[in-house]
Write a protein that binds this ligand. Structure first.
Ligand SMILES: NC(=O)c1ccc[n+]([C@@H]2O[C@H](COP(=O)([O-])OP(=O)(O)OC[C@H]3O[C@@H](n4cnc5c(N)ncnc54)[C@H](O)[C@@H]3O)[C@@H](O)[C@H]2O)c1
Length: 257
């Protein structure tokens, strides 16, 4: 018996990184998992016995179509993981309005559109589970503290943090729980891009920047995708039945000091 037996989950941006690890972890916990990304993650869906579809989370029509697909192909929705996201590392003075809008369109509007589209489906099945149904939003430690060169990304992840809390207040009466997860630097394509960007900005090489960024985490190393996936599974399950509007930090201690 898995914690998520009988649940239907959707993970966006699931082709790689945290989304793929989360999809695998949800499936291992017993959920039927739908995975979407800019290109359909068909191989992942085949691996975990799920279903796949192409979806751009910044498209309103795309969300309507994805909810129709879930209803037809999966029978509804119990867990929405708003994972898709973009990274940007640029000084404010070099950030174009297009940069700003693109990042907010994916990281913030994507979360809003997904939440809004999923409410009817999540509300329909909330009576089935002790802990209701669940939305988990990927914020970041960058949604809790600033970093030079990451202010646009900070803005998006800070917005996700507080949108999550407002949504939690609003959806509690429907028994839909809404929580955010705040990873430190995790070893994914995006995590590696961050290391490259930080290294270039400081004029240091790969090994040196890996050591420096690892040392920003008191546990002394980058996180693994599984660390974040485990946190998402917990928040999605009845083990978190009394947890809504919370921010679960998965950062090796980075923001605790
Ligand atoms: N890796 C980290 O260190 C880290 C830390 C904190 C938070 N996060 C957040 O976790 C989430 C996942 O990060 P990751 O490291 O796996 O990133 P990643 O870049 O490795 O993967 C992101 C995935 O999202 C997809 N994507 C991008 N734009 C999309 C769109 N418009 N519609 C649908 N899919 C889209 C990409 O195709 C890719 O498959 C992101 O929201 C990110 O901001 C990551």
């Amino acid at each position: 018996m898995g914690d998520l037996d009988g649940r239907i989950a959707l993970v966006t941006g699931a082709a790689t990184g945290l989304g793929a690890a989360t999809a695998r972890a949800l499936a291992a916990a017993g959920a039927k998992v739908a995975v979407t990304d800019l290109a359909a993650p068909d191989a992942l869906a085949a691996e975990i016995g799920g279903i796949a579809r192409a979806q751009d989370v910044s498209s309103e029509e795309g969300w309507t179509a994805t909810m129709g697909w879930l209803r037809t192909e999966a029978g509804g929705l119990d867990i929405l993981v708003n994972n898709a996201g973009l990274w940007l590392f640029k000084p404010i003075i070099e950030t174009t309005l297009d940069d700003w809008r693109r990042l907010h369109a994916v990281n913030v509007e994507g979360v809003f559109l997904g939440t809004r589209a999923a409410i009817p489906l999540l509300a329909e099945r909330a009576h089935l589970w002790r802990g209701g149904t669940a939305i988990v939003n990927l914020s970041s430690v960058a949604g809790l503290q600033g970093a030079a060169g990451a202010s646009c990304y900070n803005s998006t992840k800070g917005a996700v943090r507080l949108f999550t809390k407002g949504a939690a207040m609003e959806l509690a009466s429907k028994r839909i729980r809404v929580n955010s997860v705040h990873p430190g630097v995790i070893d994914t394509d995006m995590g590696r891009k961050l290391l490259d960007d930080f290294g270039a900005a400081q004029g240091v090489g790969n090994n040196e920047i890996l050591a420096a960024v690892s040392a920003m985490h008191p546990l002394g190393h980058l996180g693994e995708p599984q660390n974040v996936a485990d946190a998402v599974v917990f928040l999605a399950s009845d083990r978190a039945a009394f947890t809504t509007g919370s921010e679960l930090v998965v950062d090796g201690g980075m923001v605790a000091g």
